[in-house]
Design a protein around this ligand. Sequence first.
Ligand code: EPZ
Length: 420
Amino acid sequence: MDSLLIKGGVPLHGDVHISGAKNAVLPLMAATLLTEEECIIHRVPDLSDVKFMGQILQSLGAEVKFDGGTVTIRAAKIKPHGDYELIRKMRGSICIMGPLLSRMRKATVSLPGGCVIGARPIDLHLKGFEALGTKVVINGGYIHATARKLRGNELFLGGRSGPTVLGTANVMMAASLADGVTIIESAACEPEVIDLANFLNAMGAKVVGAGSPTITITGVKALHGAEHEVIPDRIEAATFAIAAAATNGDVTIHGARADHMNAVLDKLREAGVKVERKGPALRVRRNGALKPVDITTLPYSGFPTDVQAQMMLLMCLIPGISIITERIFESRFMHVSELARLGADISIEGPSAIVKGGKPLSGAPVMASDLRASAALVLAGMTAKGTTEVNRIYHLDRGYEKIDSKLRKLGARIERVKES
Ligand code: EPZ
C-alpha cells in the first residue's frame, strides 16, 4: 500500500484548481442506467471510487468509456444485478438500486457494509422503495427488490440523524419513471442532490424542489440521453482552504462554488482566517492569530461532516479550547488517535471532541482510516515539525484527485512512496 512522506513547516502559496465532486458524480453515473441512450458527463474526477462505479456499470451491461475528465455511458441492455464483490466494496454503489428498479422493476445488490465512520444503514432507502410499491427481501447478504409497477407516493425520508443524501438520490431516481407523482418530505438539500435533479431533468424527468426539504417528482414514460458537467467538489475546496490556514499560507482556490461552502467559510472567518472573493476564485490566508471556534456537524447547509476531521486539525494549531460535535455519524473520530500520535491534545466526550490547541505537532508515522481522516493527517503532516508518514493512502485516492501533486504545486514537501 502506498504512503505519503511529508516534511512539515512549509506555508502553501499559489493557485489550486478544484475537481468535479465525487459525491455528485457517483449518483450521476448511476442515473445513466435510466435510459438506453448515450449520456456524457464532464469534469469527472480521476478517483478510484469513480473507476469502481464505471466497473459496476459495466458489470450490469453498460458501455463505459473514460476520456480524460469525461465519461460516456450507454446502458442500452442491462441486467438487474452486477458484480457483487465490486458493489460490496463501495458504499456509494447503493445508488444503482433506484435506477435499476426504475428501468428493470428489479434490482439485486449486495448489502453495503458499514465502514469505520459508522454502521451506514440503508433502511431509509428501502423505506422509500417500498413506498413506491417495491417488495424488498434481504437474505444471504443481498437485497432483492422487485416491483410489478412503481407508483408515485408521498413519503417522509428523514432518519434519526436527519435526511439521507444517497437515499434521496435513490428515491428520486426510482420515482422518475414511476406512475404518478412522488413527494419526498425531509429530502436532503445537498448541492449534489440538486446536481442530480438537474441531470435527471436534462434527461426528460420532472423533478421540482431539489435543494429544499420537499422534492416533487412526476413520473414520465421514458428518459433520454443527456450531457452534463459535474459541480465542483466543495469538500476538496474546503480541504485546501483549511490547508492554507493551517500552514499559514496564501492560496487562491479556482473553480469552487463559494455558495456551496457558506458554513465552512463562515467558521474559517470566525476563527480569524481571511477569506476573500477574487472574481470567481477564493483567496484564503491567515490574518494574524487565529481564535478557537466550536463546530457541530449538521445536514446541509450546516457544517458538513466531511470537513470535520480537517477542521479538527486546524483547531489543534489554535491556542485554546475548541469543541467539535459530530451529529451525522456515530464514530467519525478515528483521526483523533492518529492526530494524538503527532502530539495533539484531544479528548472525546460522547459525540464531542474537546481540542486543547496550541501545542506544536511533531511528525510521526500515522495510519489513514477513512477518506476525510486521511486528508486531516496530510494537513497535519504539513504543519508538524519533521517528517510524517501517512500510510494506507488508498483511502485518500478514493476521494481526492492527485492531491499530492496539487499540494506539491503549492510548495508542500510531499512525496508518494510506492509500496515496495
Ligand atoms: C453521503 O453519504 C456522502 N457520500 C458522505 O460522504 C457524506 O458524509 C454523507 O452523505 C453525509 O453528508 C456520498 O455521497 C457518496 P447519508 P450517505 O445517507 O448518503 C443515516 C465522504 O467522505 N442513515 O446522508 O451514505 C446514516 O447512518 C462520504 O465523501 C440512516 O439511518 O449518507 C447517517 O447517520 C463519507 N438510514 C445519516 O443518516 C439510511 O437509510 C446521513 O447519512 C441512510 C442513512
